[in-house]
Write a protein that binds this ligand. Structure first.
Ligand code: SAM
Length: 233
């Protein structure tokens, strides 16, 4: 993870905001799958930590409809958190934002939580960092009703990284029309240099290594590049 470069990219929050607004990365479907899964988790009052929460746009829309009583959003971008505070201003659960590296901040958390959300964030971590983070996450979850909601960009069908990058490159230039050409270049450059794109099988492997007993795939886009998983403690 190159912290400085990642912070630089997310300083230009308007680019990512436009990606979310246009649903280029399937946030709508991903958060529908969150809603469908967690509205069925009996009557438990749920507590949530989100790592790499960005502007918390989708949590602000979906969490009020689920039985959530407490939310902590962690992000190392103060620009994203400024937007997040505006988005989550009028919700029916307690809410706190922390500006820090999630790898460090998780260690300051003493309570245990029901759900840890990590969306389009774990792909910034290298293999060792991912292993360490998932283990810490596991330890911060309650034993009963303890889940990770992990959504990311993935390689399916055993695509080689180079093939995946070509497909993604074409997709951005063909379909992400609300972004200027310069913004598309910046986005592509960011994913090329700072994202570790993993396969579905790797999710299973990392989850098992951290101690999770079960992994459920709750969403994958038609082309398979975007997917959401629930890791059950
Ligand atoms: C692609 S955005 C995703 C935002 C949101 N989760 C979503 O799905 O729209 C990634 C976010 O993770 C944050 N981030 C990346 N690495 C981080 C880390 N180690 N600790 C805290 N935040 C991190 C970035 O600042 C950025 O806001």
């Amino acid at each position: 993870m190159n912290k400085v470069e990642i912070q630089k990219f997310f300083k230009q929050w308007h680019i990512y905001k436009s990606i979310i607004k246009n649903n280029y990365m399937c946030h709508d479907e991903i958060f529908s799958s969150f809603y469908n899964f967690f509205t069925n988790v009996e009557d438990e009052d749920l507590t949530v930590v989100e790592i790499g929460c960005g502007d918390a746009y989708y949590p602000s829309k979906i969490f009020p409809k689920v039985n959530i009583i407490k939310y902590i959003g962690i992000d190392m971008s103060k620009y994203a958190l400024a937007e997040a505070k505006k988005n989550i201003s009028n919700v029916n659960f307690s809410c706190e934002f922390i500006c820090n590296d999630a790898m460090l901040e998780l260690q300051n958390i003493n309570e245990k939580y029901n759900i840890i959300v990590a969306g389009y964030m774990l792909q910034h971590l290298n293999d060792d960092q991912l292993t360490e983070l998932l283990r810490n996450v596991y330890l911060k979850l309650k034993n009963r009703y303890g889940y990770v909601f992990w959504y990311d960009m993935f390689r399916n069908n055993n695509l080689e990284l180079i093939e995946y990058r070509n497909i993604f490159h074409n997709e951005i230039y063909k379909n992400w029309n609300d972004l200027t050409m310069e913004e598309r270049d910046i986005t592509l450059d960011h994913t090329k240099n700072h994202d570790y794109i993993r396969s579905y099988e790797e999710v299973e492997l990392y989850a098992k290594k951290a101690g999770f007993r079960e992994v459920k795939k709750v969403y994958s886009s038609e082309n398979g590049y975007y997917a959401a998983f629930i890791l059950c403690k």
